[in-house]
Design a protein around this ligand. Structure first.
Ligand code: NDP
Length: 499
């Protein structure tokens, strides 16, 4: 299947070149500058993208302003109807869009074709359904009264990471558009095509030109969005360090921010847990999307009574059931990391783990599968004999590297699980329902699972405690973070005045 778009492909070059998507169509930049995008499973350049220069940036703001005027004037039910059309198109093109994500990210098709587009569409559908249900309040104050209106913020910006590019664009634009805002999205430079596809789908569904714009480029383009005084909110997904820069920059114009940042999440396996299920959760929470998931349970605390059973089963299943290879092959369940640079970073953590005294249970090498010999693979890796002070246990690696730790006492493991500046997610496996809730209530994390790991339905708010984030995505509460409340006081009696 071909991923190029004839609407903006330059005839003189063989590699497709995508332009920025502004005011409902592709727009050429003035600088002529582009960047290349590589398929991580082959190492080959698959297309190029024009960088959003000053001309594009100004056009994006002008476009969003006029898009906002039109979109915010429509009734919520009209907006809802249009967004639901976009949802239907996303679902119709599931496999085509999944391929875009596979080629950009290196993740397996067997994941992308049932998760990435589906979970993006679900969130737009969820917020489209809520749009007409937004109501204000009314209250009498003596003979007078006031009422409130939920109004959109204006122009919102989204800045995305590279692990779930189209899904992230949907999760940010869904509530923003449902609430009546215009949007400017900057995808990661590694994975710019998914957001363009979403922009085309919005236009096809009837979202007015200018409501959803895509600007392309690296951190400087993101920084421009965070600084711009005409942008009212930034929703960011990325690393903690970049998130701090975004918050600092957004403070210059007192923008509202949503921050979805990194994690180093614990999974606690008690001795009454179903060990087979707990191993499944640990593998899903470390090897799905080849480990490039923010909520991953990279610190697995296993009770000493079941430790040997747990690691025996984990080793066997990791070595027997994981199939690394060409991500387009539907049998492949483990893909390539996003880039050579990231592969090197993950391997540097593997080496640190060995140097700091952890023992490799399995993995610990790069891979060169026959069907994708030039891909940036790292073998699914499990470290045992870990302690809480090791770099692999303290720092987010964002790759397929799991650390297994032993515990004995409930209070002690809670303390250890909380001993980090991050607080994105946490999980508990136990068959004691009282213990499950007692422990979860003490864990400092925004997204928690009991006898499950990783599920993130549109209805459930997600976001981090501590330095893992600010605000939430999904769930009803997120819709209101894309609105502002206007209070209107209505005088029913003559004004009493001393003047
Ligand atoms: P980065 O922080 O490196 O980049 C995220 C985005 O920010 C990219 O689009 C990047 O552009 C852009 N950017 C870089 N510098 C700036 C800046 N100064 N101002 C504004 N924008 C900037 O994260 P990654 O892309 O490497 O993603 C991995 C990280 O994302 C992990 O830490 C992971 O945990 C986190 N994440 C969190 C999720 C959550 O929901 N909590 C979900 C998914 C990932 P470019 O890359 O093009 O240079």
């Amino acid at each position: 299947m071909c991923i190029h778009s004839s609407s903006n492909m330059e005839p003189s070059v063989t590699t497709p070149v995508y332009q920025n998507f502004i005011n409902g169509h592709f727009l050429a930049n003035k600088s002529g500058k582009t960047f290349d995008v590589t398929n991580p499973a082959t190492g080959e350049v698959i297309y190029a993208v024009e960088i959003a220069d000053e001309f594009i940036q100004n056009a994006a703001i002008a476009s969003a302003k006029q898009g906002f005027a039109q979109w915010s004037a429509m009734s919520p039910i009209e907006r809802s109807r249009i967004l639901l059309k976009a949802v239907a198109i996303l679902r119709e093109r599931n496999d085509e869009l999944a391929l875009v994500e596979v080629l950009d990210t290196g993740k397996p098709m067997q994941e992308a074709n049932c998760v990435d587009i589906e979970t993006g569409a679900d969130v737009i559908e969820f917020f489209a359904g809520l749009a007409p249900a937004q109501v204000g309040q009314q209250q009498m104050v003596g003979s007078d009264f006031y009422y409130t209106r939920k109004e959109p913020l204006g122009i919102c910006a989204g800045i995305g990471a590279w692990n779930y590019p189209l899904q992230i664009a949907c999760w940010k634009s869904g509530p923003a558009l449902a609430a009546g805002n215009a949007f400017i999205f900057k995808p990661s430079e590694e994975t710019p095509l998914g957001a363009i596809k979403l922009a085309e789908i919005f236009v096809e569904a009837g979202v007015p030109a200018g409501v959803f714009n895509v600007v392309q480029g690296a951190g400087d383009v993101g920084q421009w969005l965070t600084q711009h005084t005409d942008i009212d909110k930034v929703s960011f997904t990325g690393e903690v360090g970049t998130g701090k820069k975004v918050v600092a920059s957004a403070a210059g114009s007192l923008k509202d921010v949503t921050m979805e940042l990194g994690g180093k999440s614990p999974l606690i396996v008690f001795d009454d847990a179903n060990i087979e299920q707990a191993v499944s959760a640990a593998m899903l929470g470390n090897f799905y999307t080849q480990g490039e998931v923010c909520t991953n349970c990279t610190r697995i605390y296993v009770h000493k009574n079941v430790y040997q059973q747990f690691i025996d089963e984990l080793k066997t299943r990791t070595e027997q059931n994981i199939i690394a290879g060409d991500p387009q092959d539907l049998n492949t369940n483990f893909g390539a990391l996003i880039s050579k640079k990231h592969q090197d970073l993950v391997m540097s953590y593997v080496n640190k783990g060995i140097a700091e005294g952890a023992t490799l249970l399995t993995g610990g090498t790069t891979l060169s599968p026959a069907s994708a010999p030039n891909g940036y693979f790292v073998a699914p890796t499990v470290f045992i004999d870990c302690n809480d002070d090791m770099s692999i246990v303290k720092e987010e690696i964002f790759g397929p590297v799991m650390s297994v730790l032993v515990f004995d006492d409930e209070d002690d493991v809670i303390k250890r699980a909380n001993g980090t500046h991050l607080g994105l997610a946490a999980g508990v496996f136990t068959s004691d329902i009282k213990r499950a809730h007692r422990v979860i209530h003490q864990l400092q994390a925004g997204i928690c699972w009991i006898n499950a790991y990783g599920n993130s339905p549109a209805e459930m708010p997600v976001g981090g405690y501590k330095q893992s984030g600010i605000g939430r995505e999904n769930g009803i509460e997120t819709l209101y973070t894309y609105t502002q409340t206007k209070s209107v006081y209505v005088g029913m009696t003559d004004i009493e005045s001393p003047f």
